[in-house]
Design a protein around this ligand. Structure first.
Ligand code: HEM
Ligand SMILES: *[C@@H]1O[C@H](CO)[C@@H](O)[C@H](O)[C@H]1NC(C)=O
Ligand SMILES: *[C@@H]1O[C@H](CO)[C@@H](O)[C@H](O)[C@H]1NC(C)=O
Length: 513
């Protein structure tokens, strides 16, 4: 008996050992991805070019669809083919479900109390559930649509006042998107007349935070040095956040005061509208054990929505307008559709949006050529993993080069041409759900953008309103310059100036009601 037992233990042990050896050999045989040689210790850090999208294209021309850069001790891996994107976002999705932490981002979001930087786990799941089921679902978006409508009408009336003179289109767009977002978050506090001074300052702070998050910084690359905070990023970020905190506390104070007043005032105009803060405070009050929300988590969530939603949507819209002005027949087609669906004696309402198929194709084509998150948000593997035959070490920062994939001439016909018609297929082949690794501007898998519905609505609503209410022309003797630059998102380098001419039959429609 004993010998049989011993024998079987021996067999199990031996087969386990051979399996282990094979496994480690297999790992050992998969090399690290190729990449440019760097300096000892600091690696490629000094050679990074700030126009990351062009720098990455140059390198993938040399090293192929997967390459690495060394940043001090860290390894950055850039993936530029659909099959590798699929390996990371689908086949190994749990391993890659974490976002690579950047120190600056952690400070901005209260030490990672938010969604974007929470590691994949129960807390992230909780916040994500709140975000998707409570805030960014159709019901809540409907309940808060009045807050966005008000801002779009404000914009149309502002633009109308500029009839015949050049308007900075990007500035108008950023303003309307920013105000729509903050109005959606806590609009009922500001009682319509939003405090423009605070809104302006807030935008400055958000822009500052955005650029700080967009670029790799030395504290991230050399954690030992982080304590000295060499570039002062963390310090600046703390400043920005304490400013946000002050605004937030003011808003909260006003909210609590309002709620008290409202109990006394039965016919408050905010009875049937709910902004996100209302919803979050309600969840907090109900204290559902599945979703206990702390005040810090609420703040971090709101910062996330502003950071995740404003720059992305407004950059996309700016590109959309630029590409359409560059190819005026697209404006004509969009206007024909708008006149048929909405009519010239009316303004766009929520219920029109799903019928505007051409504009939907314009939005999709814009997001193909100009995805605002060109490399998604860098992911990081929780264990060493083999992708495309190469080893990606645990803790690397993985950039999925969406920008390159969506412009790849082997996947797209005339990829650099702006052509919305490619998305008008009879079978509606393309959507934003991230099931097709040739086209996934919102990401794919567990970390896919939770804001797709809001983004989709805002893109079509704002673009549609600008084109439905006005004709646009370039000032005499000027030409559009479609050069881009990388600033965390890829932006148009030069402001678009264009002249609006009202085109609705009833000028009353341009007035604020
Ligand atoms: C044109 C508009 C937008 C685009 C193209 C876009 C795209 C993306 C992408 C590519 C990611 C990263 C996915 C990944 O890491 O794999 C992301 C994440 C995220 N987005 Fe968006 N987004 C847009 C608008 C919005 C809006 C309007 C909101 C919210 C109001 C939002 C909130 C977020 C959040 C919270 C995350 C992090 C999700 C997580 O970590 O689990 N985004 N988005
Ligand atoms: C790091 O942060 C500083 C300060 O905000 C910024 O000037 C710099 O460009 C950032 N990134 C790099 C790669 O130096
Ligand atoms: C377009 O803008 C870029 C970036 O600002 C500039 O370098 C380039 O010279 C401009 N091109 C023309 C034709 O003006």
């Amino acid at each position: 008996m004993d010998s049989v037992l011993l024998l079987s233990i021996a067999i199990v042990t031996i087969s386990w050992l051979t399996w282990m050896i094979r496994k480690s050999r297999k790992e050992a045989t998969s090399p690290l991805p190729p990449g440019p040689r760097g300096l000892p210790l600091i690696g490629n850090f000094p050679f990074i070019e700030p126009e990351l999208h062009r720098y990455f294209s140059k390198l993938s021309g040399i090293y192929g669809p997967i390459f690495k850069l060394r940043m001090g001790k860290k390894i950055f891996v850039v993936l530029g083919s659909p099959s590798m994107a699929k390996e990371v976002l689908k086949d190994h999705d749990t391993t890659f479900a974490n976002h690579y932490e950047m120190r600056a981002a952690l400070v901005a979001t209260y030490g990672g109390s938010d969604i974007v930087w929470s590691p994949y786990g129960s807390k992230w799941r909780k916040l994500r559930r709140v975000c998707i089921q409570e805030l960014l679902n159709a019901g809540s978006l409907d309940a808060s649509s009045g807050f966005r409508r008000q801002q779009v009408h404000q914009m149309l009336s502002d633009v109308y006042a500029k009839t015949g003179t050049p308007v900075d289109v990007g500035e108008k767009i950023t303003q309307v998107i920013f105000n729509s977002m903050t109005n959606t978050l806590w609009g009922s506090t500001l009682k319509g007349g939003s405090d423009t001074g605070a809104a302006y300052e807030f935008r400055q702070v958000v822009a500052q935070i955005g650029t700080m998050i967009g670029l790799p910084n030395i504290s991230d690359l050399f954690p030992v040095l982080a304590r000295f905070d060499i570039m002062g990023v963390e310090h600046k970020m703390k400043g920005a956040i304490s400013w946000f905190d002050r605004i937030f506390d003011t808003i909260l104070d006003q909210r609590l005061k309002r709620d008290k007043d409202e109990e006394e005032n039965e016919n408050s105009i905010y009875k049937d509208q709910m902004d996100f803060l209302d919803i979050l405070l309600k969840i907090k009050e109900q204290a559902d054990p599945r979703t206990p929300l702390s005040m810090t988590e609420i703040k971090a969530l709101l910062v996330d929505l502003v950071l995740g939603g404003v720059d992305t949507s407004s950059t996309t819209l700016e590109w959309g307008m630029a590409e359409m002005l560059h190819k005026p027949e697209t404006i004509r087609k969009a206007q024909e559709e708008l006149d048929a669906v909405v009519g010239k004696d009316n303004v766009i309402e929520d219920h029109h949006l799903s019928k505007l198929h051409y504009l939907d194709a314009v939005a999709k084509e814009t997001l193909r050529l100009h995805p605002p998150n060109p490399f998604l948000i860098p992911h990081t593997p929780s264990e060493t993993c083999v992708v495309g035959g190469y080893t990606i070490p645990k803790g690397s920062s993985v950039f999925v080069n969406l920008y390159a994939i969506q412009r790849d001439p082997s996947l797209w016909e005339n990829p650099l041409e702006f052509k919305p018609e490619r998305f008008l297929t009879p079978d509606n082949k393309w959507d934003y759900r991230g099931n097709d690794y040739n086209y996934f501007p919102f990401g794919s898998g567990r970390r896919i953008c939770p804001g797709i519905s809001l983004a989709e609505r805002s893109l079509i609503y704002v673009l549609g309103s600008l084109l439905h209410s006005f004709d646009w022309s370039l000032p005499e003797g000027t030409k559009l310059n479609l050069s881009d630059k990388y600033l965390g998102v890829i932006k148009i380098a030069n402001p678009i100036m264009a002249i609006p001419t009202p085109r609705l039959s009833n000028l009353e429609l341009y007035a604020l009601h």
